[in-house]
Design a protein around this ligand. Structure first.
Ligand SMILES: [Zn+2]
Length: 202
């Protein structure tokens, strides 16, 4: 067991989670920017940190840091291959493979497989673009995940999703949007000046 690496993984996840719990975009950005080069170095030197090297909590921490490495989709895709091989060897969980698979597919502009990535639509939590939704529960079960309905209910229990709120460029009034998929355009009417406002989720 590499206790030093395990401790460093856990420390970095604590910083990541503190920034996300506080909904502090600057702290999130800073944590992600510090974690990415460090993680690349660790994985480049020693390969994927599996359970026997860093414990179940350290392996979960490594997965979470990669999940948040959205600024480098090619690295995320590479890690998905390493994580899948680790899961096959009993060194990582299939649930983590499912979450990272979905993240990578959506980043590549393709529909997700397991419905782990969700968004708000008309005050409901819904999966982001999903392949073959009728059979998602079978695919989830194969990765040791509960049903889609249970997953969405878990988020709904903590409250409804918030819309994205932007200021009208004409009058400054707040206009709420339910974002479509990343890259798609939404349109709404400003309650202040009545003009049509267009919004694209970057
Ligand atoms: Zn307006």
């Amino acid at each position: 067991m590499d206790e030093n690496l395990r401790a460093e993984l856990l420390r970095r996840v604590d910083v990541d989670q503190a920034a996300r719990t506080a909904l502090d975009p600057d702290a999130m950005e800073r944590a992600d920017a510090e974690n990415l080069p460090w993680l690349k170095q660790v994985i480049g030197d020693d390969g994927w940190p599996g359970r026997s090297a860093v414990g179940a909590d350290g392996a979960a921490a490594a997965w979470l840091l990669v999940q948040h490495a959205d600024r480098d989709p090619a690295f995320q895709r590479e890690c998905l291959g390493l994580l899948t091989a680790a899961a096959d060897a009993g060194e990582a969980t299939t649930a983590h493979v499912a979450y990272l698979t979905d993240r990578v597919l959506l980043a590549e502009g393709r529909p997700q497989e397991y419905g782990t990535q969700i968004t708000g639509q008309d005050s409901q939590w819904v999966p982001r673009r999903l392949r073959d939704p009728d059979h998602v529960d079978e695919r989830r079960a194969a990765m040791s995940l509960g049903s889609m309905a249970e997953y969405l209910a878990h988020f709904a229990d903590q409250g409804p999703p918030p819309p994205i709120s932007i200021r009208c460029p004409h009058c400054g009034e707040r206009v709420d949007f339910w974002p479509a998929e990343t890259g798609d355009e939404s349109a709404g009417e400003c309650g202040g000046c009545g003009r049509e406002i267009r919004f694209r989720l970057g």
